[in-house]
Design a binder for this molecule. Structure first.
Ligand code: ZN
Ligand code: ZN
Length: 578
């Protein structure tokens, strides 16, 4: 076992235990053990696990248990449980210098803060200063630390970046010389993590004069780059904004240029060149040098003989060729989704009742909802015993009967998010799994397996005929946890072959599988289920981003399981069961 990894795991355990208000003595013991282990050699560490330690303090039993776990399976079940139990946003907040676990816990308790964005709002509106043991000085320190974190070019999740961008954009739109203003760049392309905000504005008068005026107007702390009509700004909250101001007739091409990635933009310009067009200063000129007026992006692509490429697909991933050949797929829209097959209720770790979740899904335009609470092995997320499942099924029957009686065309399906156990078995047994309309199988433990072990584990789960969907197939948590080692191609291939769908989990912290893997699924004929993994009624908003990521991965409606009707989904699950 590598001592540095072991020491890191122990320190993470201590941090998360403290975040959860765990026993002070155990927290301390883990901290000490982390230090002791980091100073040990590999040999000494191995000896420490078998006998009394010579030359160093004895390691406390709790730490020894973590270390034995690590030595045996390359992962610690305690650490995994703590990671699962901790809201992702709290782990993100640990990245803020000076904000330790005790303070984060206090913020969570007193202000229910669960994300960097909420933290920033509270720091700015004065609420932070009122939290016990904080005060104005500490609140100010946190505010400055957040600014520093941003200024170092830290990445943020798409949803946080968009919230920032919307705020800046709405301020800038109120400037008297701004005629039109849009957010471009990676936010518009829906990349899962974002570094800076790109904004394009059509303005009255001189673009460079308005750009300078806008920089002041939005409270930019400094201009860190650019010049003239394009400026790179740093706002006082540390956010980087690349601002381009143009004349109204240049707006479409400026927005287009600022939206695609560099490869996409180059390829389109090269394609235009091959047709005799030239592009400069956000103007398109034909062979005679005459400016071709471009009203909007679809007109622009059409002018070049290309099919329209939606912003999400402008990644230089073969889309320009496909657009030229007319083979670009008609990608899925959120409106194509007829149901959602991954949500949690109060039965496990969700915040709302099944009926509330169903009504929220209905309000989002869906016709069915698959409830998939956690299974019995998942004790830390309130996994359901058999008895609780039977109660839940009775409740679902009653809700469906009530919907039918009131003439509501909506159906709740009986699902489960069953743990894929380390041995590759799906939680419960065959007879009990038969009770569910569909089964999602997910890995929630032992992430530290090597690629061969993890791949075998999931391949084995795919052999279970009860499995309908493989949940969040790589286990990644964006910015906080790497995907586990797994041969995803082999998994996608087998899932397609045996008739199991793989999930595109639309939680903005996950977006798992990655959009690039969606392309592979489509090629191999493996169905994808866009799952909101909603833990509250607001969680259905995840479907918007989920559909956008599916577009990024070139998925058409026919590639997506939940564009089908409830009957068809049930038939899909039954077909797998044989
Ligand atoms: Zn899960
Ligand atoms: Zn889930």
């Amino acid at each position: 076992m590598n001592c540095r990894d072991a020491s890191h795991a122990l320190s993470q355990v201590s941090v998360l235990l403290e975040l959860h208000d765990g026993d002070r003595a155990v927290v301390k013991a883990m901290q000490t053990a982390s230090r002791v282990v980091s100073a040990l050699g590999e040999q000494a560490l191995a000896e420490a696990l078998t006998g009394p330690l010579s030359g160093a303090e004895d390691l406390p039993p709790a730490a020894l248990e973590v270390l034995r776990d690590l030595a045996e399976s390359n992962s610690s079940s305690l650490l995994e449980r703590l990671q699962e139990e901790t809201p992702e946003g709290l782990m993100e907040m640990l990245r803020v210098p000076g904000l330790g676990p005790a303070r984060i816990r206090s913020l969570h308790e007193h202000l229910h803060i669960e994300s960097l964005l909420e933290l920033e709002l509270a720091a700015n509106d004065g609420r932070l200063a009122d939290v016990p043991k904080f005060g104005a000085k500490t609140a100010d320190k946190v505010r400055k630390a957040l600014v520093d974190l941003r200024a170092t070019g830290a990445h943020v999740l798409w949803q946080h970046a968009r919230a920032e961008a919307e705020r800046v954009a709405s301020v800038m739109r109120s400037h008297p010389d701004v005629l039109r203003l849009e957010i471009a760049g990676s936010i518009r392309r829906r990349t899962e993590i974002v570094r800076d905000v790109d904004i394009v504005a059509a303005v009255r008068g001189s673009p460079s004069v308005v750009a300078a005026s806008l920089a002041q107007y939005c409270g930019a702390q400094e201009v860190v780059g650019g010049g003239g009509r394009t400026l790179a700004l740093r706002l006082d909250n540390g956010v980087r904004v690349d601002l381009a101001c143009v004349r109204p007739e240049q707006f479409t091409l400026a927005l287009w240029r600022a939206s695609g990635n560099a490869t996409h933009v180059q390829q389109v310009i090269a394609h235009a060149g091959s047709l005799g067009y030239t592009m400069a200063l956000d103007e398109l000129r034909d062979r005679t040098g005459t400016i071709v007026p471009i009203a909007d992006e679809p007109t622009f692509y059409a002018q070049l003989g290309l099919s329209y490429v939606p912003p999400e697909q402008r990644e230089g991933f073969g889309e320009v060729d496909a657009a030229a050949r007319g083979t670009l797929p008609a990608v899925v829209q959120e409106a194509d989704l007829r149901g959602a097959l991954h949500c949690h209720s109060q039965y496990s770790d969700g915040a709302a009742t099944i009926e509330q979740m169903a009504r929220a899904a209905m309000a989002r335009g869906l016709r069915y909802l698959g409830v998939s609470d956690h299974s019995q092995s998942n004790t830390y997320a309130g996994g359901l015993s058999r008895d609780r499942i039977l109660e839940q099924h009775a409740e679902i029957d009653a809700i469906n009967a009530a919907f039918a009686a009131e003439g509501t065309d909506f159906r709740v399906l009986k699902g489960i998010e069953a743990d894929i156990l380390p041995c590759g078995r799906v939680d419960y047994d065959a007879a009990f799994l038969d009770r569910f309309d569909f089964v999602i199988g997910s890995v929630h433990s032992r992430y530290g397996m090597n690629a061969e072990q993890m791949t075998n584990r999931v391949l084995k789960a795919l052999d279970d005929p009860h499995l309908t969907i493989l949940g969040h197939p790589t286990g990644r948590l964006l910015l906080t946890r790497e995907p586990y080692a797994i041969d995803l191609d082999a998994i996608i291939e087998k899932a397609g072959r045996v008739g199991v769908a793989i999930e595109l989990n639309a939680d903005p912290h996950r977006l798992d599988i990655d959009w690039k893997a969606c392309r592979i699924a489509a090629k191999k004929g493996t169905l994808v289920s866009i799952g909101p993994d909603a833990h509250s009624p607001q969680g259905f908003e995840n479907l918007e981003l989920g559909a956008a990521i599916a577009r990024k991965g070139w998925l058409e409606p026919r590639h997506v399981l939940n564009t089908r009707s409830a009957e068809e989904v049930l038939a899909f699950a039954r077909a797998r069961r044989g």
